[in-house]
Design a protein around this ligand. Sequence first.
Ligand SMILES: [Zn+2]
Ligand SMILES: [Zn+2]
Length: 464
Amino acid sequence: MDHQLFFYGGLDTVGGVHILFGHGETGILFDAGIAHSGLFRAPFIHVNDPIQPLKNSEIRQLLLSRMAPPILELYKPDALRGLQKENIQSLWNQSSFPTFKKLYVFVSHIHQDHMALLPYLDQQVTVVMHESSYLIYQALIKANYYPDTHANIITFTDQEMVELDNFQLQGLEVDHNVLGSSGFIIRTDEHAFAFTADWRMHGPHPEKMDKFIQTCQQAEIDLLITETTMVNKASLFQKQVPASESLVLENFSKIVSKSDGLVYLMALPLDVERTANLLYIAKQSNREVVMDEKIACFWSHVTKDRNELFHPELAATIHVLTSQKNEIDLPYTPITIEEIVLEKDKYVVDLSFSSLPFLIEFERIGDRSIQSNFIHADAPIDRNIVMKWLEDLEIEYHNISNGGHATHQAITHFIEQVKPKKVIPVHGRFPFLLNSKSIPKIHPSISESISLKTLSNKVHHEIY
Ligand SMILES: [Zn+2]
Ligand SMILES: [Zn+2]
């Protein structure tokens, strides 16, 4: 059982990657989220009323639906409520699961499909994440999106080496649409392998990806594990050309400056850098930003004392949407719908999925002669539902998204540059369609284990 990788999820789904690496008595799981489009959806910013596991049965239901990895030592015993290995072994066609004295969990970034299991982890488990991911997670806890975790947390900064008993993990920043996104290189005495969850080349920080590639080249890695969200049949023949970040910002600026009425924004607040830029552009267009209370709470916590993320002067242009002015405990001025509709050309209203009903009040009160604009920028919304609202209220829709995931062509190029001996494509619906040029691909099956020792020779798959 030395140098083994065990595959429990995310092999043909978007998110929910659950790979366990074991070396000696130490194991590390990466990542700890739940897949999109499974039976359950995690509670999250901009997701309206998903079917969630029932309270106090969460981890039992996630384990019994195979949406959580079957290593019971990862979870708080009280959350398992007596659930035994025997209850889940048959679901995975296994007679046993690997056990480790010390268990670590790597969280690549704070998107539900990479971190939704954090609240159920046991205090014996140590979670490793980028320091900015921890900042985002804490702000989400404060804004009531997620419960805290009992696990021990250690944070890293870019390129930092973290000693994990039997091996070493080097945290490496990647570019994705949430602050703190990272991958890693794990080095043992004999091997080195790299993992990156979600990443892109067209975002504002391609230099992070260049550094990731360089570090992998120096480490001469045996294996690369990468996401393949954008790999599909069409991508084999059509070049995918996502907008650059500067084009996203330019489009936002154009729509805001042309608009005479209210502008609604639905963007991902976790993309702290973009949100800060959008707020700056709004100010330049003489608009003030109104946030719903949950977004304002998240935003105030994530930017508190972090002037490098968000200039404190801009905080003066933020309002919190409220019906009762005195009850707000946030560093922004409260504002009511009645006040906003008096000057519809003065505001950008930042909404989340659950605050969409405010649209009715904004649209049906005050001057109704000027059309409002709704700008959607990479918030994971259910588009059909939103379009129904916008059509009914006659609001113009603009999508300025550019997506957080690498194009198929970018993934192929990335693999060629990293030059691993083998590549395992994960986190996508069609990983087998990936064009990896001369680098051989491995497609493990669920429950399968692969030994790193076999990577330099012939690929060895072991199903038991
Ligand atoms: Zn993901
Ligand atoms: Zn992501």
